[in-house]
Design a protein around this ligand. Structure first.
Ligand SMILES: [Fe+2]
Length: 299
């Protein structure tokens, strides 16, 4: 059904800061810009995976989800329509802009636009990282994972599991965090939903996974050299066991830059953890709350 996270679209007034940030710090390849001047970033042979559009405020424009086949699009459409959610088919202009064969989109109950796509265009052997880098873990596991904060976690859990087919990987219930983690492929989680206060939703971070621990260290060095804010120090998560750190982007949301996440196997059993990290992931001195990302008040 849902296969992987295909792409993420953001809009931001800081669009001009992205090419140097993404290439020098993250190691992404900067692709040709979109028609509206959007910065398009590559992490593999897909024509782009992250797109930052010009905009007045930092905002999430869309999440793109690849489905396994064309029939899945119709199944998901029917499920969404049974929930009373209007689903729109993307026209030729939109599919060209996203570089996909087919696209259907809807807005979820929290105002996020999701695009269900099939046939993301790939150009084999064309990805070149912008600095020496072992490469990003993508392929069957998609772009990475996204973490979204929701005020009504139970309702969000129901929507993303029953309607869209995400499967629970595990939960973290700690003093600082109440979050569910979901998989749709071998990646431990492609989506996580965290609880936020009533009336608030937020896109906290996008995780990019590299193939070598040294790539994490080199990215960390680039952040230190440029005095970029590291919002959580190097650490290892309890649930997916990823070694990572978190940095903020020019557009409010954070990037988790990590290595070595565990993969889901056939007899996976969800667990509950009482903390998010085995070690590290410490907030900067004097900071008491994690960087929230792109937060939005719900109507
Ligand atoms: Fe994460």
């Amino acid at each position: 059904m849902l296969h992987s996270l295909a792409y993420v679209g953001i809009s931001s007034p800081a669009v001009e800061a992205w090419p140097s940030f993404a290439s020098e710090v993250l190691g992404c390849m900067v692709a040709d810009p979109g028609d509206d001047g959007a910065v398009r970033l590559r992490v593999d042979d897909a024509l782009w995976r992250i797109q930052v559009h010009p905009g007045d405020i930092d905002a999430v424009e869309y999440f793109g989800w690849a489905v396994t086949d064309e029939a899945s699009l119709q199944t998901l459409r029917a499920r969404l329509e049974a929930e009373g959610i209007e689903v729109h088919q993307g026209d030729a202009e939109l599919t060209a802009a996203r570089a996909v064969h087919e696209l259907h989109w809807f807005v979820d109950p929290w105002g996020y636009r999701h695009e269900l796509i099939w046939g993301q265009y790939m150009r084999p052997h064309s990805f070149r990282p912008s600095r020496p880098l072992s490469g990003f873990v993508t392929g069957q596991q998609g772009l990475g994972h996204v973490v979204i904060g929701m005020p009504d976690l139970e309702r969000a859990h129901d929507f993303f599991t029953r309607v869209l087919g995400f499967e629970l990987s595990d939960r973290i219930m700690s003093e600082r965090m109440n979050a569910n983690f979901y998989h749709v492929n071998g990646r431990h989680h492609t989506l996580a939903l965290g609880r936020l206060p009533d009336g608030v939703t937020g896109f906290n971070h996008l995780m990019l996974q590299v193939r070598d621990i040294d790539d994490v260290g080199v990215a960390y060095d680039h952040c230190v050299e440029r005095e970029l804010p590291i919002v959580k120090s190097l650490g290892r998560h309890t649930n997916d066991q990823m070694i990572s750190f978190y940095l903020t982007t020019p557009s409010s949301f954070n990037i988790e830059y990590g290595f070595g996440g565990v993969e889901i196997d056939d007899d996976w059993t969800p667990k509950t953890f009482d903390r998010a990290s085995i070690w590290g992931h410490v907030l900067p001195a004097g900071v008491t709350k994690p960087s929230p990302g792109i937060v939005r008040q719900l109507d």
